[in-house]
Structure formats: structure tokens, C-alpha cells
Design a protein around this ligand. Structure first.
Ligand SMILES: CCCC/C=C/CC(=O)SCCNC(=O)CCNC(=O)[C@H](O)C(C)(C)COP(=O)(O)OP(=O)(O)OC[C@H]1O[C@@H](n2cnc3c(N)ncnc32)[C@H](O)[C@@H]1OP(=O)(O)O
Length: 394
């Protein structure tokens, strides 16, 4: 009820017309002109594009635009948190604050990317020519764009640190299936905001079906198996652009990527024992192979959090970049990769991965079955309850 009320209040305040709503940060842009540096022109173009949007992008997107704008121009949230009853300003504050210490440059880039995806998605689909560069949305929890031979799947719940809710699992599977068939050469997974992903959304455990917790655990295991299976079978080069901290399943899956580029702000944390859970994403097989059994045990059993540099030294991360230049350097490199002959890349990936596939599917099935049992354990239930009742964080 509170959320519906908030959405209604936001709509009332911000939506007399989409231009009026979204032009709010444009005005401030001019006041903050001096804060702009290298990509000021792109940023200003993006602000202008926003004014030309024909359809209202919705409150969630407007909050994102607002927070990225504030972060890009003023840096991390620097104003006191509004009171609980000041719903609109609290929503805006929450969105801005959720960006944490995201650098101004990255916020500007994310703003430009977001506007770019909106400009395309909110126009008539008849303007999209088959075979040309395109951007697609229709996703609630992702931003998916396809250009320069790269399909980019961006996890897009920054206010929840890109935690994977059930909808996001389904949308990622859908986006991967679409990417496997589109005309892009490579596919990239990344996160919007200051986190890459905080892993499984722990509120996934709260929606109990009529069959009770057993049915919930069984459904979770089926979903997880299908989800991880999509990564095992993905046919094109799959690259993770780890823009910030990664937790849980967002870390374990990295063992199934073809390359992992990380900002030096990223950390890698798999606190399964703390959560009464056990490894997934085929990490019980890939991690010992990648980094040695003992190092894998430190991560997967003892929950040791690695810095980006440590993860790179262990072979989980391919290369680490300074956060300041991360986006620019990585995307320049990816654009060059995407120009390589796509069939050759696909075939080379196949020959590297194929002999492992059967094993990976078997490991996935076993991990899901073990996890199904863990989700019913007191250890796991207590950990989830503690998080949800704000008694614990990682
Ligand atoms: C069906 C398939 C299942 C596959 C299983 C996979 C296993 C895993 O992935 S295990 C890993 C699970 N993840 C966690 O345990 C992380 C829990 N989150 C945290 O400890 C903290 O939120 C954080 C350390 C990630 C960030 O702390 P910080 O203080 O910077 O920010 P917060 O105020 O806590 O977060 C903002 C906002 O986001 C919500 N949130 C963040 N992560 C999650 C999450 N994993 N699940 C649910 N909600 C999450 C957090 O509650 C805040 O929400 P509110 O603003 O509404 O309070």
C-alpha cells in the first residue's frame, strides 16, 4: 500500500506532462555547469534528448535519471535524509544515496547510457530496422541495449544494489536467449549504480506458495537450475563488466564467463556459510579449478571477501582497471573485440567450453539439489530473517 501510495504521489508531482517532470534536472544542469568535465557535451546532449522523449518513462526511471544527475553533478548524496512521511523527497534521496561513492564520471556515463536506451525504447518500434543497431527494453529489471556488435545486459535495480529478484532471473534468461540469436558478436553483463549485484534478493524467500516452504524451495531449485543452465550453454563470448561489489550468485557465475573485467572498486564475496547456504553457479567445480581448492574453500566455505586485485591474482578476474577510467577503457576494448569475426569467436568458444558442458550441467543439478535442502534449514531461515528484520548485513 505504501509503495502504491508513493507511486501515485510521485506521478501526481512529476507527471503533469513528461517534459515538465524530466526538465527538472535540466534546469539544474545549467546551474551546475562548472561541475561538468570531459563528457559534458554527451551529458548535455542526453539532457536534451530527455526533453524530446514522447512517452513518460515511468517513475522508477525518473528516479534513476534524478539520482544519476545528482551524482554526476554533486557527487555522493550530501543532504540529510528526509523524514519518513516526506515520501517523494525520501524516494529521491534513497535513489541518490543508493549510488554511494559512484564517481561523477561513471554517473554521467550511466546517465548518458540510460537516456540513450530510453530514447530508443520509447520511440515507435517501427523505427527499428531489422539488422541495424538496436536497443530493446520491455524489461522491468534490466536495461538491454545492442549496438556496435555488443549486446549489453545491465542489471537495473540500483536502489536494491541490483539484487536478483525472481523477475530478474526470468528477464536475464530471456535476454540471454535473445542475445544468443541476435546479430551481436559479444554479450556483456554489468550493473547499474554502485553495485554489480548483491546476489539473490533475500525477499525472494518471503513469498510462500500454498504448498509451503517445501514447494518454495523446490521451485527455487528449478529456477536456479534453468538460470545457471543458460550461462553454461550461452554460445557467444560472454563478458562480465564488474562495475562494483559483487555478492553471492553474481560472483559464482563469473566462473562461467569468458572474460571478467573489474573496477578496482569491485569486491567478490560469497558468504554462503554465513547464510546457511551452499555454493551454486557451478562454483563448487569452477572455483577450485580456477584458483586451487584451498583458495576456493576460503571463498566458498569461509566467506572470505576478495578485492578486485586479489580476485585477479586468483584468476577469477581477467583484468582490473582504475574506477576513474574503468568504463572508458573497458568499452573501448570490448568494441574492438566485437569487430572480430563473430563465427570464429563462437567456434573458438565452443571448442574451449564444449567438453566441459556435460560436467557443468551435472554440477549445476547437484548444487541446486543441495541448496534446495539448505533453504529449508534453520541456519538459512534464521539468516534470512535476520537480514529482513534489519538485524544483520554482510
Ligand atoms: C532462486 C535462486 C537463488 C540463488 C541463490 C543465490 C545465493 C546468493 O546470492 S547469497 C547472497 C545474498 N545476498 C546477500 O546476502 C546480500 C544482502 N545485502 C547486504 O548485506 C547489504 O544490503 C549490502 C552489503 C549488499 C549493501 O549494504 P549497504 O549498507 O551498502 O546498502 P543497503 O542499505 O543494505 O541496501 C540498499 C537496499 O537494497 C536492499 N538489498 C541489498 N541487497 C539485497 C539483497 N541481496 N536482497 C534483498 N534486498 C537487498 C537493502 O535491503 C536496502 O533496501 P531498503 O532501501 O528497502 O532498506
Amino acid at each position: 500500500v505504501a509503495m502504491a501510495h508513493l507511486a501515485w504521489r510521485l506521478a501526481q508531482r512529476w507527471c503533469p506532462s513528461s517534459l515538465q517532470v524530466i526538465s527538472f534536472p535540466v534546469v539544474q544542469l545549467h546551474l551546475n555547469r562548472t561541475a561538468m568535465r570531459a563528457s559534458q557535451k554527451d551529458f548535455e546532449n542526453a539532457m536534451n534528448q530527455v526533453k524530446l522523449l514522447k512517452k513518460d518513462p515511468g517513475n522508477e526511471v525518473k528516479l534513476k535519471l534524478y539520482s544519476l544527475y545528482k551524482q554526476a553533478t554533486e557527487g555522493p548524496c550530501n543532504v540529510p535524509k528526509p523524514g519518513v512521511f516526506d515520501l517523494i523527497n525520501k524516494a529521491k534521496w534513497d535513489a541518490w544515496n543508493a549510488l554511494g561513492s559512484l564517481p561523477k564520471e561513471t554517473a554521467r556515463q550511466n546517465y548518458v547510457d540510460l537516456v540513450s536506451s530510453l530514447s530508443s525504447s520509447l520511440e515507435s518500434s517501427s523505427q527499428v530496422e531489422p539488422g541495424t543497431d538496436r536497443k530493446s527494453t520491455g524489461y522491468e529489471t534490466l536495461m538491454v541495449t545492442s549496438e556496435d556488435g555488443i549486446t549489453k545486459i545491465m542489471l537495473n535495480r540500483p536502489t536494491k544494489k541490483n539484487a536478483l529478484n525472481v523477475e530478474m532471473y526470468h528477464e536475464i534468461m530471456h535476454a540471454l536467449k535473445a542475445a544468443s540469436k541476435d546479430d551481436s558478436a559479444i554479450t556483456v553483463l554489468t550493473g547499474n549504480g554502485d553495485y554489480y549485484s548483491s546476489g539473490n534478493d533475500l525477499t525472494n524467500f518471503t513469498d510462500i506458495p500454498p504448498g509451503g516452504v517445501e514447494e518454495k524451495a523446490k521451485n527455487g531449485a528449478i529456477l536456479l537450475r534453468e538460470f545457471v543452465g543458460c550461462f553454461i550453454d550461452f554460445p557467444k563470448p560472454l563478458i562480465a563488466v564488474v562495475n562494483g561489489p559483487a555478492v553471492g550468485i553474481s560472483v559464482t557465475l563469473l566462473g562461467l564467463f569468458d572474460a571478467v573485467y573489474a573496477s578496482d572498486r569491485a569486491t567478490f564475496h560469497t558468504p554462503f556459510s554465513h547464510l546457511g547456504q551452499s555454493p551454486e553457479g557451478c562454483s563448487s567445480y569452477t572455483f577450485p579449478k580456477i584458483m586451487s581448492p584451498a583458495k576456493a574453500t576460503e571463498m566458498l566455505v569461509f566467506g572470505k571477501k576478495l578485492t578486485a586485485g586479489e580476485a585477479c591474482a586468483q584468476g577469477l578476474v581477467t583484468e582490473v582497471f582504475p574506477d576513474r577510467t574503468f568504463q572508458k577503457e573497458v568499452w573501448t576494448r570490448l568494441k574492438a573485440f566485437a569487430k572480430l569475426p563473430p563465427n570464429a569467436m563462437r567456434i573458438s568458444k565452443e571448442i574451449i567450453r564444449n567438453r566441459e558442458k556435460e560436467k557443468l550441467h551435472a554440477v549445476n543439478a547437484e548444487e541446486c539439489s543441495v541448496l534446495q535442502g539448505r533453504w529449508l534449514s534453520d541456519e538459512c531461515m534464521n539468516a534470512v530473517v535476520n537480514f529482513l528484520s534489519r538485524k544483520s548485513k554482510l
